[in-house]
Write a new protein. Structure first.
Length: 148
């Protein structure tokens, strides 16, 4: 079989479309023709890359669901973080403003003042831990994705 015909058969060889005899003819020609061999190898690499890309590429819908779920998760987490930060500011500033009168009033018992301040501090600590938990969960999830 001549050189030109083999060249045409090379892609069919890669696609496994050839019968036994033609495969053998291609292989024999490849042994003795460096030009066809180079083409054969290049085509092999190209197809290898293509098949890997196809394997890695999930269908469009899968991607959409994937991004939507990531977006939802981030959105909810971001919402919680904003809510926590806002609540912290409110408790610190608004809360203090609200009780400022009570705290500054010399007739208010010291124990009540301490109680109010400790309560505010406790709420802030809880909110800080909530925010930290959100960041921690996100880091852990990212780690899990890397592990897969
Ligand atoms: Zn050849």
């Amino acid at each position: 079989m001549d050189h030109q015909k083999i060249k045409e058969l090379i892609s069919s060889y890669h696609d496994r479309e050839l019968d036994e005899e033609k495969r053998r003819q291609v292989e024999e020609h490849l042994e003795e023709c460096p030009e066809c061999r180079r083409e054969f190898e290049e085509m092999g690499k190209f197809e290898e890359v293509m098949s890997k890309m196809e394997l890695k590429k999930p269908p469009r819908e899968v991607w959409q669901v994937y991004w939507a779920s990531i977006y939802n998760r981030l959105e909810r987490r971001f919402g919680w973080i904003l809510l926590s930060i806002g609540a912290m500011i409110l408790i610190f500033y608004g809360g203090y403003k609200m009780v400022e009168g009570i705290i500054q009033d010399p007739t208010t018992p010291l124990l009540l003042k301490i109680g109010i301040l400790v309560l505010m501090a406790g709420l802030v600590v809880l909110l800080v831990s909530l925010v930290r938990e959100q960041f921690f969960v996100r880091k852990r999830e990212r780690y899990k994705e890397v592990e897969k």
